[in-house]
Write a new protein. Structure first.
Length: 132
């Protein structure tokens, strides 16, 4: 499996390699705000890579096993990526954005990881591990 993954990575386009590198970086920063920032960037790119228009169409393009394990929607992940202090933007209209609640943080990390794995599976044919 590892050789197949390495070969697929080497054959991947620049966007996919960047997505994978963001994901690796996030995994390396478990439990930190850096992890949330990197996952938010990766979700932005994953949403761009998925085919179709609109988050529901894009979510439907994810592998069934990934969709079944999501606790929130792709739209929710996008909102968290853009409207929480720890992720891509820090403020709006002169005020800091709210911090993630513990339940939001848990769902964001879980679902962002799944979506990224699902995009890699879909695009490179590498089966996503959805259960640890």
């Amino acid at each position: 499996r590892a050789l197949v993954a390495v070969q697929a990575y080497r054959a991947a386009d620049e966007n996919m390699r960047f997505l994978i590198n963001l994901h690796f970086g996030a995994i390396d920063q478990l439990g930190t705000e850096s992890q949330l920032f990197l996952l938010a960037k990766a979700i932005d790119l994953a949403r761009d890579i998925l085919p179709g228009h609109g988050d529901q169409v894009k979510q439907d393009a994810l592998p069934a096993g990934v969709r079944a394990e999501l606790t929130q929607s792709l739209n929710w992940l996008g909102e968290m990526s853009n409207r929480r202090l720890e992720t891509r933007h820090v403020g709006s209209k002169g005020r800091l954005l709210p911090k993630m609640l513990p339940t939001e943080r848990r769902d964001f990390v879980h679902d962002a990881d799944l979506v990224i794995r699902g995009v890699v599976e879909r695009e490179l044919g590498i089966v996503a591990i959805t259960k640890w």
